[in-house]
Design a protein around this ligand. Structure first.
Ligand code: GDP
Length: 611
């Protein structure tokens, strides 16, 4: 049985509601709105909160949210259908009010209860009849195997051979057999099917033959090509890394490390001064790209000899909005950007394509600059030099979930600081993940190999403060800061353990580390690769620090957005992060060398958005 069905606008006004119990559902619905709808998180439309399951459907045209809540232990097969049916009927019934925006004011007057109960009854009846229909066996065409292509079954170099290859042979053979049957049953399949079946047979026999010839492929000596390929890094527990030979600059006679050192040496001197901005694509190239299929093409039709009206622009703005959303820009930010473009074009006479292009572009750039402009200025280099004048270390804490690039980007920032003449102490406060300390130790060795101490008695530019694993991270950070102050080190970079934003004990521990040590800067590290998931992490880290940080909590001061090189033009998450928290993106990670650290450039973001 349903507990709640609610229809509300994205602005938060409840238009109609049905409740079958007197339970208070507000916290659950609020949680859904906060964690899913406002974050624009895609995925399935189900959300669990307390003992409830909530399912929702969005109506983008009228900006409506339809939410159903029921007890988690129940399995209601008709909920999806009910949501769709209710959405359709509600829209049909009240489309005039919705279009005119009257529904919000007259919320109490929307009499939808009778329609809802009729639809609910129909859906319940539908679910019963569905349950009675005996389950049919799936035909081959319906099965997932029939959808497999030859390409999806080809074993790629570097993949685990052995077990997997056996599976592939089976799958290929099975598919081959069944495809042939299906083809015969159909009285001669289409040519494509024959080609696929023949290719599958060839692949199956090839793989079977390979399996016989090389029963223990994994143990056979490596081919020269395989030897050249990058091997996965293995971090040892305690002591030197297991593959230290490949990482330790200091180890004498170590060719791999020496080779890497020679490569890295080219980086020395390239990061002096402020962090360089993300490169902006050539203006003409960007324009050509946008004209070919991007934003500009939507606005072409606006060239004319009379002043533009909102009605003229509406279709183009709608397409612009969808376009921005496709680049991971959250819907309310997309609306804001579209409003800025509309405001700047309203009443204008745009006689040429160029004038349309430059007006749209200028409006988007101005709006984005406003969003990306930080609430407060953040100049790490200047602040670190200022701290040095005060004879105290400048402390930066890095936090984020696992694998986002905290240690790697900490090392890049360290390289940049050293390039600017500062000495650094890296505090290994990830006392949890096996290999975390060794990873930092290797970076410290590399960094010192690139910037050796001045003179034989000179101190190393980068040092590591480590106390192994399992200890209290907050105390290690405190000891490291004291040690840095005693040694006159300029900057302390505190690496922390990766943690999920909803892990309360770990978030408490992070809040403690920050509260106890009061770093100058708390940087949240998030990967651009995961889009709006990174936005969610950031918002929830911030919230957790606020919740657990005591009377005077310290929250996130800035963002390191990593793996920016992997996202092509889906730059929306970068905008949402700043928009939602007001905190600046201080560094952007653009690759895996020490030089791949950039500052965000609004023009580069605009170009990516307009493609
Ligand atoms: P941590 O668990 O957060 O400390 O993550 P790591 O620093 O160990 O990084 C995880 C992986 O992400 C490593 O393979 C890094 O080389 C990679 N990585 C980090 N930053 C970047 C970046 O800006 N671009 C790319 N392409 N990879 C990155």
């Amino acid at each position: 049985m349903l507990d709640l069905f609610s229809i509300f606008s994205k602005g938060g006004i409840v238009l109609w509601c049905f409740q079958s119990t007197s339970e208070i559902f507000t916290p659950s619905v609020n949680a859904l709105i906060r964690s899913v709808i406002l974050q624009e998180r895609s995925g399935n439309n189900t959300f669990g909160h307390a003992a409830l399951t909530l399912q929702y459907k969005l109506d983008n045209e009228f900006e409506l949210v339809f939410v159903v809540a029921y007890q988690r232990i129940l399995q209601l097969a008709y909920v999806d259908k009910l949501l769709s049916d209710v959405q359709r009927e509600f829209r049909d019934k009240y489309k005039n009010e919705l279009a005119a925006g009257d529904s919000a004011g007259g919320a109490a007057n929307l009499d939808f209860t009778a329609t809802f109960h009729r639809l609910l009854k129909e859906c319940e009846h539908w679910a019963k009849t569905q349950a009675k229909i005996p389950k049919q066996m799936r035909s081959f065409e319906d099965s997932l195997k029939s959808k497999k292509t030859v390409a999806s079954m080809i074993e790629r170099k570097g993949e685990d051979k052995g077990k997997k290859s056996v599976k592939i042979v089976e799958t290929a053979a099975a598919c081959n057999g069944r495809a042939a049957e299906a083809g015969a049953g159909a009285g001669g399949a289409a040519d494509d099917d024959d080609v696929i079946a023949a290719s599958r047979a060839r692949l199956a026999s090839k793989l079977a033959a390979r399996g016989k010839k090389e029963p223990k492929a994994a143990k056979s000596p490596k081919s020269p090509a395989a030897a050249e390929r990058k091997q996965p890094r293995v971090w040892a527990l305690g002591g030197a890394p297991r593959d230290a030979a490949g990482l330790d600059y200091g180890a004498p006679g170590d060719d791999a490390e020496a080779g890497a050192a020679r490569g890295d040496l080219q980086l020395v001197g390239q990061m002096a001064g402020d962090i360089r901005e993300l490169e902006v694509e050539d203006e003409a190239e960007a324009e050509a790209g946008a004209a070919a299929g991007g934003v500009f093409s939507y606005f072409k039709g606006l060239v004319g000899s009379r002043g533009l009206t909102q009605a003229d622009m509406a279709p183009a703005l709608e397409r612009l909005r969808d376009h921005l959303i496709s680049k991971n820009v959250a819907a309310d930010i997309a609306n804001k950007l579209c409003d800025s473009v509309a405001a700047s074009l309203d009443g204008k006479v745009l006689g040429t394509f160029e004038s349309v292009w430059s007006s749209v572009r200028a409006a988007l750039t101005a709006a984005l600059l406003q969003i990306l402009r930080p609430r407060r200025r953040l100049d790490v280099l200047r602040d670190a030099l200022h701290a040095r004048q005060q004879r105290r270390p400048y402390v930066i804490t890095f936090c984020g979930v696992n694998g986002v690039g905290k240690s790697t980007n900490l090392a890049k920032i360290c390289f940049w600081l050293v390039e600017n003449g500062l000495s650094v102490l890296v505090a290994a406060c990830d006392t949890f993940r096996a290999g975390a300390v060794e990873q930092l130790r290797t970076h410290v060795r590399r960094l010192n190999a690139l910037h050796p101490p001045a003179g034989p008695a000179g101190a190393a530019r980068v040092a590591l403060y480590e106390k192994g694993y399992g200890k209290d991270a907050a105390s290690i950070a405190a000891e490291a800061i004291r040690a840095a102050a005693a040694a006159g080190t300029d900057v302390v970079l505190v690496d922390t353990a990766g943690r999920m934003q909803d892990n309360e004990p770990l978030m408490r521990a992070l809040a403690k580390l920050i509260t106890v040590n009061q770093p100058d800067l708390v940087l949240f590290v998030g990967e651009a690769l995961v889009g709006n998931e990174a936005v969610d992490q950031l918002v929830r880290f911030n919230q957790a620090l606020a919740d657990h940080g005591g009377a005077n909590p310290r929250c996130i001061d800035g963002i390191v957005l990593t793996k920016f090189d992997t996202i092509d033009d889906k730059v929306g998450a970068a905008i949402s992060m700043t928009y939602l928290t007001g905190q600046p993106i201080v560094f952007v990670g653009t690759g895996q060398t020490y030089r791949d650290l950039k500052a965000l450039n609004a023009r580069a973001v605009v170009n990516a958005l307009m493609k």
